[in-house]
Ligand binder design. Structure first.
Ligand code: ADP
Ligand code: MG
Length: 719
């Protein structure tokens, strides 16, 4: 009988030949506990033995890979006390001296008889041909049968399981498993040009020709993405089909009144997003929509429009922010925006009353909560802005019609569900579901969004509101002359009445240490580069009142330069500021740099952002390049472009964190590289679920999705 992945998962690794308790422990360090773990421990790369060089042909000064056997190995210390491992290796054509300094573990790794690939430069030393400290992949032992293409497995320093040991175990596992049950029907595989599962697992571990492992990897990646997409599409459909939503209208009196009072015209993107949301709200199904747009793109107006739609339809709205500061800011600005608007209390004798917006955070006291609860119950509050407290607090929303979540990756699926559950409840304990709008300020590249928010519909604000002024960004190396020129630009701008920011480096350790460093830097700058200018200081350790005071003075123009830590990243809006210097810019992440830079170019005229940097790694270098990157037509990269770059540079796991379901389960798939595979998996998932919504005829796929996503999706496939 062909085996399923779940069956392989249930076979402990100790059932394979030669897995002693010691080996079991070391395999455990590689995350290998059962046969499925083992066959999903994929090779890191492959060594094509036809592409290695013969030692006899090597030329001094050239780099090459040789595949050879260790004939002699000695380990000792030099007179200076350095570890020295000397080997002589032989490949059938000639001998080569391979020497390692300061790598004492090579003695254990390369005992006589070991076969390994050595990659390095040939040197001529004291009349002998030698490689010093080459890269090494241990491949096997004399007598082990290996093909032309040799898989090289990821090693972990501590675990110390050699490639040949893994090869041996995988070979046995695949031989004993024989056929693997394929959850994808053969017609579909044919149409998609995919190899079957048995060939895929064999091809990735034991390719005979190069094409084998490419085709194998393609199939295995497809499976990874298919599982994720099945879960997401099924959840999306469950949202749409199994629940009853509320209907709201955006064409009532309140929304036009609100728009008429705005001091600006909506951008085309804002109008489009509002139309999309309006259509969702008017429909009977609950809305589950993601609104993406970088900081400053004008999401608030869109969200408030939606909230007013709920309010004018007789419901209450909630807006949830990730931090107290942001909740308070939203509360203040929304109150201001809505001041003077009235809502009619039809059916009551109260007539029209002002739209009422309240705040709920952890700082709200017990008395405040009681008052808010009572007012909500009486239908006197229209919109509540808050933090997590909105979900976890006992405050109930008897008429919750729309929840807006300003999330920045911080709310998970469960929390969205909890929030929905706060909505109106009927006598049977069930109730219509409130609509949900999720907003993210960090643009998420298309493919990534498909993985993280694949269960949501999407609207995008890509166009920034008018009034932005161009920002010239320059990377400034640690050259006194160039830095001087940057400070000169700052002084010139201040001389014309503009203002500037200097952002201090991130300091590891604590906010306290960072604050101290920023304080010292402010003092130094005042004495040196910025002497004679009115300089203020802002950091996270200051009391809220002092921060506000400092910001107020900067806003009022009493200060010319604000030296700050990244606390200015959020919410600081001073259009007159036109220069920003970011010290040690290479230590900041891309989205953070972009957010920081967004503090200038806000209408005060041409602006500059100087990135003081001395990148020490290829990644840091790539980040700096991205910050000054442009499209072929000259347009500078926007937040969406940078998000895409960030993903390329760091990889999805780093960008979105371990917490995001699915990413850690991607063993071969990478985004954005594998975007075509993701798109195909999405199409196939939709097609399969069209024909078989509960996966009743695709039990094995259902099983694999459940094993991937856990309890979270179990309810979807109960037949
Ligand atoms: P986000 O929440 O997306 O970061 P905001 O909603 O806070 O952005 O908007 C940023 C600024 O742009 C606010 O001052 C807002 O009043 C202004 N704004 C929003 N939409 C427009 C528009 N269509 N035209 C001009 N200014 C706008
Ligand atoms: Mg906002």
């Amino acid at each position: 009988m062909a085996k399923t992945l779940r069956e392989l998962r249930d076979i402990p690794i100790t059932r394979l030949t030669g897995v002693t308790p010691r080996l079991e422990e070391r395999l455990g360090m590689l995350g290998i506990h059962n046969v499925l773990d083992l066959i999903e421990h994929y090779p890191r790369r492959y060594l094509d033995r036809t592409k290695t060089s013969d030692i006899a042909d090597l030329k001094v000064g050239e780099e090459a890979t040789v595949y050879a056997e260790v004939r002699k190995m000695t380990a000792r210390r030099t007179r200076q006390g350095r570890a020295l491992v000397e080997t002589i290796v032989y490949d059938g054509t000639s001998y080569l001296y391979v020497t390692f300094f300061n790598q004492p573990w090579r003695a254990q790794q390369l005992p006589t008889g070991t076969e390994a690939a050595f990659f390095g430069k040939l040197e001529h030393y004291r009349g002998k041909h030698q490689m010093t400290n080459p890269a090494v992949d241990v491949l096997g032992r004399i007598g082990e049968k290996t093909g032309v293409i040799v898989p090289i497995y990821p090693q972990s320093g501590k675990a110390d399981v050699s490639t040949w040991q893994l090869q041996k175990l995988v070979t046995e596992a695949l031989r004993r498993a024989r056929e693997l049950d394929d959850p994808v029907p053969p017609e579909l595989l044919d149409r998609l040009g995919l190899v079957d599962r048995t060939r895929a697992y064999n091809g990735i571990h034991q390719p005979e020709v190069e094409a084998d492992h490419f085709r194998a990897a393609h199939r295995l990646k497809f499976d990874e993405f298919l599982r994720m997409q099945l879960g997401l599409v099924a959840r999306k459909r469950a949202f749409e089909e199994q629940r009853v939503g509320l209907t709201h209208r955006l064409d009532g009196p309140l929304v036009p009144a609100f728009h008429a009072r705005l001091p600006f015209a909506l951008t085309a993107d804002q109008r489009k997003a509002i139309d999309e949301i309006g259509a969702d709200l008017a429909g009977a199904r609950p809305m589950h929509r993601l609104l993406q747009g970088e900081v400053g793109s004008g999401k608030t107006v869109v969200a408030v429009t939606a909230l007013l739609g709920a309010v004018q339809s007789g419901y209450q709205g909630a807006l949830m922010a990730p931090t107290e500061v942001l909740a308070e800011q939203h509360h203040g600005s929304i109150r201001e925006m809505l001041a003077g608007l009235t809502v009619s209390s039809e059916g009551t004798l109260m007539g029209d009353r002002p739209v009422r917006v309240e705040l709920l955070t952890n700082r709200t006291g017990a008395a405040g909560r009681r008052k808010l609860s009572a007012a909500l119950a009486a239908g006197e509050v229209d919109i509540v802005v808050g933090t997590h407290a909105l979900i976890y607090d006992s405050v109930a929303f008897p008429a919750l019609g729309l929840a807006v979540i300003d999330e920045q990756h911080r709310f998970g699926v469960e929390q969205r569900a909890l929030l929905r559950a706060k909505g109106p409840v009927g006598p049977d304990g069930e109730g219509p579901e409130p609509d949900v709008l999720v907003m993210t300020a960090t643009p998420i590249p298309r493919t990534a969004a498909m993985l993280i928010y694949g269960d949501l519909d999407k609207s995008e604000l890509r166009e920034m509101p008018p009034g932005r002024t161009p920002i010239t960004t320059e990377v400034i190396p640690p050259s006194p002359l160039e830095r001087q020129a940057a400070y000169q630009r700052l002084r010139d701008q201040v001389a014309t009445g503009r203002q500037a920011y200097v952002v201090c480096p991130l300091v590891e350790g604590s906010e306290k240490i960072e604050a101290k460093a920023a304080t010292d830097e402010a003092v130094r700058l005042e004495a040196e580069e910025l002497s004679g200018l009115r300089v203020g200081l802002l950091h996270g350790q200051m009391a809220p009142a002092d921060k506000e005071d400092m910001m107020a003075r900067f806003r009022a123009g009493q200060l010319e330069v604000l030296v700050a830590t990244t606390v200015i990243e959020v919410g600081v809006d001073v259009p007159n500021a036109t220069v920003m210097v970011i010290e040690d810019a290479d230590r900041f992440g891309l989205s953070q740099l972009h957010q920081l830079r967004g503090r200038v170019g806000r209408g005060g005229g041409e602006s500059w952002c100087f990135l003081f940097a001395n990148p020490q790694t290829p990644e840091a270098e790539a980040r700096m390049e991205a910050m000054v990157g442009r499209h072929p037509d000259g347009r500078p990269f926007d937040g969406f472009d940078l998000a895409e770059k960030d993903l390329e540079i760091r990889g999805a796991g780093e960008v979105f964190g371990e917490r995001q379901a699915g990413f850690t389960d991607l063993k071969l798939g990478r985004i954005p590289r594998d975007e075509p595979v993701v798109l195909e998996a999405r199409r196939v998932a939709e097609e399969i679920l069209d024909a078989d919504p509960g996966l009743a005829h695709h039990r094995q796929l259902a099983e694999e999705v459940e094993d991937l996503l856990g309890d979270d999706v179990e309810f979807l496939f109960k037949s």
